[in-house]
Design a protein around this ligand. Structure first.
Ligand code: SF4
Ligand code: SF4
Length: 430
């Protein structure tokens, strides 16, 4: 066995510490039926066998066998055990970071229930321990850690964007008292944002502000911590993920909000709502819900009134993997759309079986894999084209970004909207 560096020892410790029945069964149960191949966009778009999901499991399993099993330590060739050398590490980076969106579709299709995404995340966390997270992804995490938001937007710029949006809101609703509150203690809702919103898509902030105004909600944004994203969830450095989650947790407590509402962001919702209690090792002391659920609640409770005739174009819905397949939020956005637009044509497949947009798993941040990302996007372009829709709605800003690139590259000529935007377009203000 070759000499291992301190970082490699740390990576292997992750495997040995996780050595429980969950990890063992997912690493050792694959029966090589090949069914997962057809579920993965990377394989479907390229026919390259390296991209079969089971190959990713086999790669992590081969390292486990080499260092954590008696047979692999004594007779490595018998169990395809591999050294954690440069070649193995490079292959891990390429397959686990560069060829997976963590979409979870393979796990759902596996004939015997191997949790392929869990194994991929274990492999990513080993790479994180060795300092091998792609620099582009790590710099996004670093920006969040150092500045409080992943786009490093200075607070003054953020405040002036919000102030400008507040003026626009007052004009639009014809009410000089309408506001976009900042750092207001004791509000019912602390609303978060994806930093793409203040940077590139401020109109989605306007849309939610208009909805909050119509619902007469007591709400606030925070200037200290508004970022819903957590890219350390993708790098699988769980200490960094916990630091980012703790900041938002502390800000909700600091402002004494009753509810933390997560902006339209699939992985951000997953990382805070479902993963943060694990990262932080304690439950929330406030309610946490996604804006999709909040919009459905406002409609159900009659707090906002919509006229779907205002959106008469054909609409289709893209399901963000983390919200739908992983989070089980499937019907709420369909309920909202049934009130906000006249015609919804579903993609094939849709709901829990929908394809990823291609930009998940941190792919949008990892520009070195951009060509691959746009290659697998052909599948999403085909899905959209087949619906005949002129508007694609998705409750995720990361998906919006990827869908806009798909729209340009494949000349789909569609509008891309968040759920909040299409709801705001249908609002009937009293
Ligand atoms: S999680 Fe998605 S992208 Fe990753 S291997 Fe599975 S199907 Fe492919
Ligand atoms: S579907 Fe499951 S059992 Fe079959 S090859 Fe893929 S990972 Fe292995």
């Amino acid at each position: 066995m070759s000499h291992l560096s301190e970082e490699q020892e740390k990576a292997l410790k992750i495997l040995s510490e996780l050595k429980d029945s969950q990890l063992l069964s997912h690493l050792n149960s694959c029966v090589h039926c090949g069914l997962c191949a057809e579920s993965c966009m990377y394989y479907l778009a390229t026919n390259d066998e390296r991209f079969v999901p089971a190959v990713k499991v086999a790669l992590v399993s081969s390292i486990y066998q080499r260092y954590c099993s008696f047979t692999g330590r004594s007779f490595p060739q018998l169990v395809n055990a591999r050294e954690l050398d440069d070649a193995t590490q490079n292959e891990m980076v390429d397959l686990l970071f560069g060829s997976c969106t963590l979409c979870g579709r393979c796990t759902m299709h596996c004939s015997i229930g191997v949790d392929i995404t869990y194994v991929t995340k274990v492999g990513r966390s080993m790479l994180a321990a060795m300092g091998l997270v792609p620099a582009t992804l790590q710099s996004t995490v670093n920006a969040a850690l150092q500045t409080g938001n992943n786009m490093a937007i200075p607070t003054d710029d953020f405040i002036s964007t919000i102030s400008w949006l507040e003026d626009e809101l007052r004009d639009e609703v014809n009410d000089p008292q309408a506001s976009i509150p900042l750092n207001q203690a004791g509000a019912n809702v602390l609303y978060t944002l994806n930093p793409r919103e203040p940077k590139f898509f401020p109109l989605s902030i306007s849309a939610m502000a208009k909805i909050f105004y119509a619902a007469k909600e007591s709400w606030t944004l925070s200037t200290h911590m508004y970022d819903v994203t957590n890219y350390a969830y993708f790098s699988c450095n769980f200490e960094e993920a916990a630091l980012i989650a703790q900041r938002l947790y502390a800000e909700v407590e600091n402002l004494q909000a009753r509810r933390c509402v997560l902006a339209e962001c699939g992985h951000g919702s997953r990382a805070f709502r479902w993963e943060a209690p694990n990262y932080l090792q304690h439950p929330f002391s406030f309610d946490v819900l996604t804006s999709v659920e909040l919009l459905a609640e406002y409609i159900r409770d009659g707090r906002i009134r919509l006229d779907k005739e205002k959106n008469r174009e054909i609409v289709t819905l893209h399901d963000p993997c983390n919200l739908v397949r992983e989070g089980g939020i499937i019907d709420e956005q369909r309920y909202v759309l049934s009130h906000a637009a006249t015609t919804l044509i579903e993609m094939t497949p849709h709901g829990v079986d929908n394809f990823c947009c291609g930009g998940g798993g941190g792919q949008l941040a990892m520009s070195e894999y951009g060509d691959r990302r746009m290659k697998i996007a052909e599948l999403k372009a085909d899905q959209i084209r087949r619906t005949g829709a002129s508007t694609v709605v998705t409750p995720c800003h990361n998906c919006v970004d990827q869908l806009m690139q798909i729209n340009n590259k494949f000349k789909l000529d569609v509008n891309i909207k968040t759920l909040g935007e299409i709801v705001a377009d249908a609002l009937v203000l009293e």
